[in-house]
Design a binder for this molecule. Structure first.
Ligand code: CA
Length: 216
């Protein structure tokens, strides 16, 4: 899953990016509203975390412009605990909001929830044959046995599982799993796919030559 963070407080931006990367998310970041809007419009993010008070364009303005073209789930980070701000956020098309200061665990849980909802998943468990993906705990079992995956391997399985039965192209996977600095490493994906096949069985991920990958 690839997430954009738009936040102008450098320390918060850095710690959020680190926290998300530790969970296996690919992370892009913007430290002002203009750059944030540009990134949000030019990429297909799985979610956006966005501060309200930002230089150049504020969170409301970004949301208003973004919603004309994209449905990307947005989690607003607001410093103000005022009902009218929250109502405004949700009315403008934000999917959820968190009041600063917040706890990273809670942010991660809300992030998982908005991504799951945007994929129209009501359940936290996705089943593909003998493999079960738990979106809440970000864990995987094979024949009910827990399987150790790296954070990035988990993200790849989760993305494919959320698109069960569909062919997911390599381009889509690069866009959703790797950030702008990693995208140039063209064999990264093959390395992850082959490690996952070793752990979950070679038939778990089917290769569609010239198109991409598919599970289920
Ligand atoms: Ca701010």
């Amino acid at each position: 899953m690839r997430v954009l963070i738009i936040e102008d407080e450098p320390d918060l931006l850095k710690s959020l990016a680190r926290g998300l990367r530790d969970e296996g998310y690919a992370v892009d970041s913007s430290d002002n509203g203009e750059d944030g809007l540009f990134n949000a419009q030019s990429n297909d993010y799985d979610a956006i975390l966005m501060d309200v008070m930002l230089p150049k364009l504020d969170g409301w303005q970004i949301l208003e412009k973004l919603r004309k073209t994209k449905k990307t789930p947005v989690l607003m980070l607001t410093a103000r605990d005022q009902t009218k701000d929250r109502v405004r956020g949700l009315d403008s098309g934000a999917d959820d909001y968190l009041i600063k200061p917040f706890n990273l665990e809670e942010l991660l849980a809300r992030l998982r929830a908005i991504i799951r909802r945007s994929a129209n998943q009501t359940s936290n468990i996705l089943t593909i044959g003998d493999v079960a993906v738990n979106l809440a705990s970000r864990t995987i079992t094979h024949n009910k046995t827990p399987i150790e995956l790296t954070a990035r391997e988990y993200s790849l399985v989760e993305f494919l599982a959320l698109h069960k039965g569909e062919v997911v192209t390599r381009t889509q996977l690069y866009e959703h799993l790797f950030d702008e600095n990693e995208s140039s490493l063209s064999n990264l994906l093959d390395v992850h796919v082959s490690k996952i096949r070793k752990k979950l069985g070679s038939e778990f991920i089917a290769t569609r030559r010239g198109h991409g990958y598919c599970v289920g």
